[in-house]
Write a protein that binds this ligand. Structure first.
Ligand SMILES: Cc1cc2nc3c(=O)[nH]c(=O)nc-3n(C[C@H](O)[C@H](O)[C@H](O)COP(=O)(O)OP(=O)(O)OC[C@H]3O[C@@H](n4cnc5c(N)ncnc54)[C@H](O)[C@@H]3O)c2cc1C
Ligand code: FES
Length: 510
């Protein structure tokens, strides 16, 4: 039976299952100036895998993370490790051509093979399991798209098959399979790398937000507390780069949130990893939690800070889980966000053509288990002076008239709309109107503000003007946060930065 969260307050669930089930080693913050060969900013799959690969080659790495390692998107993923990234290959052939579409597949297949081989060779206990990946549809309208996708597989030499049924307990109109893909516990896998980085003499600093860089031959990452990490090469793996360096990345990517429920189902999950072709997105895989098989139902995505009441997304996923497998209990639920570039291909490589030693990796479109690994493999090769066949495909400063230009116009009109809309909004609610554990946009002295009344009845009021570029924030009642509809920055009820690109907290109001 599904329940309606919006009829009451949604309970605060534990954090994402992966984060709740392991102990991540902790590290001090950067309290003095330090010299390394390669500075890496961002402690997710990209930063940690890059630091591991380079430190294995004897390179002295220094990794800095604004919060705790692995607490970004990597800690809240669904961790399918696959080169099947939804319906993508037919589109890539159309927009970028066959050669680049093939390189996209090959790089992601190579990344998946790297994960499988390192787990096997190093005997990493991370629940890695081979599974077939399916894109299915329950709509006759999408059969043509699945047919185009399987034709694209054939053109590109991707092993795959079109089938009319799947092991799922509900009927589908058709599906495309990519066999022998994988799933794992992402944090158990990456904790092995963290331990190796330190064994190899690498330095890791947590609670150290980076706010600026210098770009001389000995480049520097400058932390918010003024301390510097000097380096010959730098990798920025923080989603939006905290320093844009005229790459216009804010105009060329958007942040998108998705929701996940970990469900003990009434009906047994048959194995396999699934995603549908149509909207709203429905993604399924299983994982073992405390000896029980739980199904991870993911999807219901929307641009960060936009869309309907966030409770509704959990309700929609819950209704889907209930109607397909039946729900016994839901021990975990969480949401997270990732960035999408205007041509759907990540930005990996030199940040701009001006600098040969400053690299960027972002824009994985929610497929970062392989794309983040592609980035680490590519960037470590580039830094070690090796050629990579993928440099041109992923080059961050590429630009195509189609589809980049269309998407650029759409995304930036959207930013402009939210910039203006929030300022013109007539707000009627007052902080006094809020019940306990409720947040809303309110009017304080005639100005738009954000208020949250906690469980104890205390009010937390902030200025809702985003400290990044001034858009007006919206309340996210699922996560109790203030989210920006323009580039996806998120702030706590007291205004602290939860996710960038914003670097500075919101102004608190009395
Ligand atoms: C709901 C959901 C499900 C997903 N499922 C899958 C899946 O099944 N398979 C798949 O392949 N991919 C999946 N993805 C995508 C994948 O999880 C991400 O692409 C990947 O984790 C991104 O890794 P990252 O290293 O780029 O970012 P993160 O893991 O977010 O790491 C970036 C780090 O940078 C830090 N940082 C930010 N700014 C600064 C700063 N100024 N200074 C210092 N540090 C900073 C952050 O605190 C963060 O820890 C999913 C994504 C979502 C949202
Ligand atoms: S994140 Fe850019 S304006 Fe808020």
């Amino acid at each position: 039976m599904t329940k309606s969260y919006s009829q009451g307050r949604m309970p605060q669930y534990p954090k994402a299952y992966w984060l709740d089930s392991v102990s991540i080693p902790s590290f001090p913050s950067l309290t003095e100036d330090v010299d390394v060969d390669v500075a890496i900013v961002g402690g997710g799959i990209t930063g940690i895998t890059s630091a591991y690969l380079l430190s294995q080659k004897g390179v002295k790495v220094g990794l800095i993370e604004s919060g705790r390692l692995l607490n970004g998107t990597t800690g809240s993923t669904t961790a399918k490790v696959t080169a099947q990234h939804g319906l993508i290959y037919d589109e890539l052939i159309t927009t970028l051509g066959e050669e680049k579409a093939k390189l996209y597949y090959e790089s992601n297949k190579q990344a998946m093979d790297f994960v499988k081989s390192v787990v096997k060779e190093q005997q990493i206990d991370c629940e890695l399991q081979e599974e077939d990946a399916y894109i299915y549809t329950q709509s006759a309208d999408y059969i043509q798209q699945l047919t185009n996708e399987i034709n694209a597989y054939e053109k590109l030499g991707i092993p795959g098959e079109f089938v009319s049924s799947t092991p799922l307990p509900f009927p589908v109109n058709g599906a495309v399979i990519m066999k022998n893909q994988a799933q794992f516990h992402p944090l158990k896998y990456l904790i092995y790398f963290i331990n190796k980085i330190t064994e190899n003499g690498g330095l890791i600093f947590e609670q150290t937000p980076a706010v600026d860089i210098t770009t001389g031959p000995r480049a520097q990452v400058i932390a918010k507390n003024g301390n510097k990490l000097s380096c010959n090469h730098m990798i920025i793996a923080t989603h939006f780069p905290f320093e844009d360096k005229l790459g216009f990345f804010f105009a060329r990517m958007h942040a998108d949130r998705s929701y996940v429920l970990a469900v003990k189902t009434k009906q047994e999950f048959p194995g396999g990893m699934y995603i549908n072709a149509e909207q709203p997105t429905r993604s399924l895989r299983y994982t073992m939690i405390n000896g029980e098989k739980l199904v991870l139902f993911g999807g219901d995505h929307h641009k960060t800070g936009q869309g309907i009441d966030t409770f509704k997304h959990y309700e929609a996923l819950e209704a889907f889980a209930d109607s397909t497998f039946g729900i016994e209990k839901i021990p975990y639920r969480w949401s997270a966000q990732d960035l999408t570039t205007s041509d759907k291909v990540p930005y990996i490589g030199k940040m701009t053509d001006q600098y040969n030693h400053i690299f960027l990796a972002t824009g994985y479109r929610k497929w970062g288990m392989t794309n983040g690994t592609v980035a680490a493999l590519m960037l470590s090769d580039m830094i070690l002076g090796k050629e990579t066949p993928y440099e041109e495909l992923y080059r961050p400063y590429r630009f195509h008239a189609d589809p980049d230009l269309k998407q650029l116009v759409t995304d930036n009109l959207d930013v402009a709309k939210h910039l203006i809309k929030g300022k013109l909004e007539l707000v009627k609610r007052q902080p006094e109107d809020l019940a306990n554990d409720e947040g809303a946009v309110v009017s304080v002295n005639g100005k738009r503000a954000g208020a949250y009344r906690d469980e104890q009845g205390n009010l937390h009021i902030v200025d809702t003007t985003c400290t990044h570029m001034g858009c007006e924030l919206e309340w996210n009642n699922g996560d109790r946060s203030w989210d920006c509809p323009c580039h996806g920055s998120r702030f706590s009820v007291d205004g602290d930065v939860l996710e960038g690109p914003a670097e500075y907290p919101l102004q608190k109001l009395d």
